[in-house]
Every structure is written in structure tokens, then in C-alpha cells.
Design a protein around this ligand. Structure first.
Ligand SMILES: NC(=O)c1ccc[n+]([C@@H]2O[C@H](COP(=O)([O-])OP(=O)(O)OC[C@H]3O[C@@H](n4cnc5c(N)ncnc54)[C@H](O)[C@@H]3O)[C@@H](O)[C@H]2O)c1
Length: 347
């Protein structure tokens, strides 16, 4: 704590800048320190936050008693190592998505959380999109009837420089995959959040238009435990980028979201004018999903604020590790299916 406020630190200053901005503007927290290996990124944050301490050694954050929460926004394959170190040093952690690139590594975070009694939140900011709560409530209340089909797709474009400028991207060791693990993990999370547990997945993947080792295009067919079917397409080589689509169909209707905006709302027992009202309220969206500018990721602010409140109120943060691991399990199963040419049953 510092000056009666939660002491906040951020490690990794790519998307981590959105954590910095949120912590610096929250009246209940004080931005104490930032850590990155790149001096230019440290300098850029310092220019906007003159009182912040900068460092290149994560250990400096751990040794600082004023720091209560550390945002871990490092390359994905480092999340477990650095999150566990922070927990063992007595810090709470807000970890970027994906929680880790394998289930085994992600479970180390959960094990350390339980052992240390510290809090771990995981970023899945798309859950905070305004349209998602009414979508989730309608599904849970059975307003679509029995769920039969989910068709989800994320067809984006990332140029080669996106991969070359941060060497960990597009590698199995640090990114854990490509368009599915990195860009689409949000949609995979939303899909399992809405549809429930996945029973099996059959996938094909490939590198179609980049010089990377993982994949820039995947296609999957899923069976959910509730009997519904799903399809999921992800890509970073579609140019120009298309919208993100989340479409859920039941025996009594369908809800369709494009990026973060409700486009279709056909549900059971619709009140007169309900669809028009839903589209009026949630059809504009609150965030441009195709933006690559981290400072525009407003959902991060909501989750950083939630993490600060979770520590102050001694409650769980919005997204806990075991919930975040579900998307990693689905994605790694998709990769296993593509590698083996077989359907993978998730158990
Ligand atoms: N929630 C979202 O929408 C979103 C968006 C982008 C990225 N991410 C996630 O955030 C994480 C980072 O992605 P990014 O795009 O910002 O990557 P990036 O490469 O732009 O930034 C990572 C930073 O970490 C620094 N770093 C690496 N190792 C370090 C170490 N040992 N100590 C200190 N600093 C170190 C690098 O110098 C780099 O500046 C990834 O897990 C990614 O999946 C999430």
C-alpha cells in the first residue's frame, strides 16, 4: 500500500500499457513501478507517469513492499513462471490472457494461488463487453430453447512485422499457437461460457501466409456436452480483416453478435419491440474489436478496477484461473487433433 492506496505494478509494456493507464487513473490505486526489458517502452510510460519507478528486473517488483498487485503482461509462455514468483513473494496477480499456453503450466498458477492464499485474476476483457451479459442471461434463462449450434469465427489480418517485431509471437514455445491461442482465445472463452463444456473437437490447422512456425488459420468442429454442435474458424491471414462473429442457435431462436454489437435477437417470448430495443441498446458496441491499439481496450480498465476492488474487499476477481484454463484446454485439444488427425475427447 502507498498513501492508503493499493500499490500497483505492471510487467510487460505492450498491452500492459492498458493496465498502466487503468491503474494510474483508478482513485483507489497508485501506480508504483513498471518493468520491461525494452528501455524505450519504459521511457514512454515514464513520460506520462513521472513518479513511476522503472526497472528491467522483475525481481525489483517483488522486493518492493509498496506493491500489492502485479499485472503480468509478458509473453504468454512466461505467465506461469512470473505469476508464481509474484504469488510466492506475497503479491496478488492480474495475468494477461491466455493464462498460459498449456494446461499443465496454467495449473501451476492455480496451485500457487491456493498455496499462498493470494488472488489471481485473468484478463478476458471481452466478457465485459456490454452486450455479453444480456446474451449470457438469455442463454442461461433458456430463451433460445435447447441449444443446437454455435458458429464462431475470428478472421483477422496481422502482417509479418507483427510477428517479427516481437520474436515470441507465432512460436510454439512462447505463444503456444497462433490465431487460435493468441487472437481467438477470447472467443473460445466466450463460446464455452455461453455453450458449456466441450465434449470433443476435430480440427485442422495450417500456415497459409506468414513465415511463422505455429498457424495462421484453423478450422474446428466441436461437440458440446449438452449435445449441441459448434464450428470455430480463426485466422490472422484474412485480408481485409472481417468482423468477429458469435452466433448461438437454439430450438427457439438465435442471438448473433458482430464484434461487440448485438445484430440479431430472436428469442422465446419476445416482448413487443424487444429486438429493436436490444439492437438500439447493444447494437452500437463499446469497443472496436479489430483495433490493435492497446490504449483503446476499454475492457482492461474494467478488469483492472475489478482486481483492485477484489483485493480491497477481500473477494474473488471476475475471472479465476480454473475458469480461464477451460479455453486453454479447448485450444490445446484443437492443436492435438490437428497433429494426430483424430477427434480429441476433452473428458
Ligand atoms: N487482452 C488482450 O486483448 C491482449 C492483447 C494483446 C496481448 N495480450 C497478451 O499480453 C501478453 C503480451 O503481449 P503483447 O502483445 O503486449 O507482447 P509484446 O511483445 O508487445 O510485449 C511484451 C513485453 O514484455 C517484455 N518482456 C519480455 N520478457 C520480459 C522479462 N523477462 N522481464 C520484463 N519484461 C519482459 C518485452 O520486452 C515486451 O515489451 C501476451 O500474453 C498476449 O497474449 C492480450
Amino acid at each position: 500500500m502507498k498513501n492508503g492506496k493499493i500499490g500497483y505494478a505492471v510487467a510487460g509494456l505492450g498491452v500492459g500499457v492498458s493496465h498502466v493507464n487503468a491503474a494510474a487513473t483508478n482513485p483507489k490505486s497508485e501506480l508504483i513501478a513498471v518493468c520491461d526489458l525494452k528501455q524505450d517502452r519504459l521511457n514512454a510510460v515514464k513520460a506520462n507517469n513521472p513518479d513511476v519507478t522503472t526497472c528491467t528486473d522483475f525481481g525489483d517488483l517483488l522486493a518492493n513492499p509498496e506493491i500489492d498487485i502485479i499485472s503480468v503482461a509478458l509473453p504468454s509462455g512466461l505467465h506461469a513462471e512470473y505469476t508464481v514468483r509474484a504469488l510466492e513473494a506475497g503479491k496478488h496477480v492480474l495475468c494477461e490472457k491466455p493464462i498460459e499456453i498449456t494446461v499443465e503450466k496454467a495449473l501451476k498458477i492455480e496451485e500457487a494461488r491456493v498455496r499462498t492464499g493470494k488472488k489471481v485474476g485473468v484478463i478476458f476483457q471481452m466478457r465485459s463487453n456490454a452486450c455479453m451479459l444480456p446474451f449470457k442471461n438469455a442463454v442461461d434463462e433458456g430463451r433460445l430453447g435447447r441449444l443446437i449450434l454455435a458458429t464462431f469465427s475470428l478472421k483477422w489480418f496481422r502482417d509479418q512485422n507483427y510477428f517479427d517485431s516481437s520474436g515470441w509471437r507465432g512460436t510454439w514455445a512462447m505463444d503456444g499457437g497462433g490465431s487460435l491461442m493468441n487472437q481467438s482465445v477470447h472467443s473460445v472463452d466466450l463460446m464455452q461460457w455461453l455453450m458449456g463444456d466441450v465434449e470433443s473437437i476435430t480440427s485442422t490447422i495450417g500456415v497459409y501466409n506468414h513465415n511463422i512456425e505455429t498457424e495462421d488459420l484453423t478450422a474446428s468442429i466441436l461437440k458440446f456436452k449438452n449435445g449441441a454442435t459448434g464450428t470455430f474458424v480463426s485466422s490472422t491471414c484474412i485480408t481485409p480483416s472481417r468482423s468477429v462473429y458469435l452466433q448461438v442457435y437454439g430450438t427457439e431462436g438465435l442471438i448473433e453478435v458482430e464484434n461487440d454489437a448485438i445484430k440479431t435477437w430472436k428469442v422465446r417470448d419476445m416482448a413487443e419491440g424487444e429486438e429493436e430495443e436490444m439492437i438500439k441498446t447493444y447494437g452500437g458496441g463499446n469497443f472496436s474489436a479489430v483495433s490493435s491499439n492497446p490504449t483503446l481496450l476499454t475492457g482492461h480498465t474494467a478488469q483492472v478496477n475489478d482486481m483492485i476492488d477484489a483485493v480491497l474487499e477481500d473477494r474473488d476477481p471476475q475471472v479465476m484461473p480454473l475458469e480461464a484454463i477451460k479455453a486453454v484446454k479447448i485450444i490445446t485439444s484443437a492443436y492435438e487433433s490437428a497433429r494426430t488427425g483424430k477427434t480429441v475427447y476433452l473428458g
